[in-house]
Design a protein. Structure first.
Length: 117
């Protein structure tokens, strides 16, 4: 619903490690330690060397747990500043789509500041 905030650089996630993934009925939270996490409320895409997977909420059967322990090498935004692409170890990619104009798609928390996208 909202674009990526100017005061938050996507590069904030570079060098961080996916330490935890938490599933609820309505969300998936990807934690990069205690100071950085993303709570997903819409679909996300996982791309690995084995293929691509569209993960919807609620997640039931997913390979998302394969990103645990992987480091973020690159973090970029798409051209309109709504979707975040995280490039991880081994060619794995996570794409968080923020292009739903009616709903918030994910929340980014960095050092106590929360941003709705």
């Amino acid at each position: 619903m909202y674009k990526w905030p100017r005061q938050l650089q996507p590069s904030e996630f570079c060098g961080l490690v996916v330490e935890a993934i938490t599933f609820t009925v309505n969300t998936i939270t990807i934690s990069f330690g205690t100071d950085h996490f993303i709570t997903v409320e819409s679909n996300l895409q996982l791309r690995t060397i084995d293929g691509e997977e569209e993960i919807s909420i609620p997640a039931t059967n997913t390979d998302l747990l394969t990103v645990l322990g992987k480091s973020v090498h690159e973090s970029t935004l798409d051209a309109d500043g709504a979707s975040l692409l995280l490039a991880l170890d081994g060619g794995t990619q996570l794409r968080l789509d923020g292009n739903d104009e009616q709903y918030e798609c994910f929340h980014v928390n960095v050092r106590g500041s929360e941003f709705a996208i």
